[in-house]
Ligand binder design. Sequence first.
Ligand SMILES: [Zn+2]
Length: 124
Amino acid sequence: MKDMTGACRYCGQTKIVKADGQDDADARVTLDCSCEGGEFERKKKEVGSRLDELIGETAPEYGWEPADPDVYEDIRAMAMHVLTSNIGSVGIRLQDTSLKIHRSKGKISIERSKTIRQGGTIEK
Ligand SMILES: [Zn+2]
C-alpha cells in the first residue's frame, strides 16, 4: 500500500489515500466521498456485508447455512434492485428459512428467519 491520488467515480473529487493500485485508490475515495454517489456506494457495501452475514461466507458464524455462490449473486443483484429501483420487497425461501429484503421509508431491511414447527394431525 502506498500513497496515491484517487478520484471519486461519481463526482471526480480527488484525495490522497493509501491504496493498492489506481482502482483501489478510486474505490476508497468513492466510498469516503460526501457526494450522493459516495453515499450510494456506502449503502451498497452495507447491503453486501449484511448479505454476507446471512447467506454468504460469514453466514456460518451466525448459525446460517451459506447459499450457493450462484444463488448468492442472484440475491445480491435483487437486493441492489431494491436499493436502486422501485421494487419494494423481495422474498426468497432458502431450505427451511426465508430471506426478506424490504424497503420502507428510505431504509432497507434484510432479514433471514427460521420457523420451527412441530405437531401433526390425528384422524378422529
Ligand atoms: Zn463523490
